[in-house]
Design a binder for this molecule. Sequence first.
Ligand code: PGA
Length: 254
Amino acid sequence: MRNIVTGNWKCNKLWDEADKLMVEVVEGMQSAGHTEVMVAPPSPYLAALRPRCNEFVALSSQQCSASGEGAHTGEYTASMLKSIGVKSVLIGHSERRESFGETNAAVAAKMKQTLDAGLMAILCCGENLDERDAGRHFEKVLAQLSHALSDVSSEEMDRVVVAYEPIWAIGTGRTASAEQEMHAAIRQHLTALFNQSIADSTRILYGGSCKPSNALEIFMQPDVNGGLIGGAALNATDFLAIVKASNEAISKAQ
Ligand code: PGA
């Protein structure tokens, strides 16, 4: 199974900077490794960055509409993203859940839109610090998964990737030192929701202050299959070093 490393640029970079970063990432990715690499730039740049991609770097969208096309000012659909060559959509990122009121129901609807459009879904889940301190982190994350996957079929699960991102580790410099424990719990939950073979073949990414200095250690955890990278994806050298760490982790494990 190949890892996935996705760079989430969030709401950063003007066009010239974004274009330059994409060129640098693609220049550094001239062969296939053990890792699928995706980049999620701000939405206005997606179509213009598409020709910059090569076969080793694909585009991801940071979100999509919960409904299909129609009178929904400001929204864009998963099918529109598909039509410009986007490969995957980040769904339910904690920043969207917390700052834009994205509910579990909206996350489930976006999962459906994304999978119906034939795209890959990178489903984000994670607890905040209060929930972790109260020992409710497993309950929180597994409930998020149950909601988001309630309308997803076994056949569609080969296009679903889970990204565990503890909110207290995002952009804070703190990484979850016990991420393996949560990743194992997520995999076990996928067995209960679907079956063992689907659970074993679903990629579970870690996100939250992943950087070149800690990436190998994180990716060496048995149930970690890559990363969703924020801050360190804003610089090609760091991002490519994280991809390299992912390739190295797979090579060591083989
Ligand atoms: P970070 O963000 O790497 O800056 O912590 C990760 C994310 O939110 O996807």
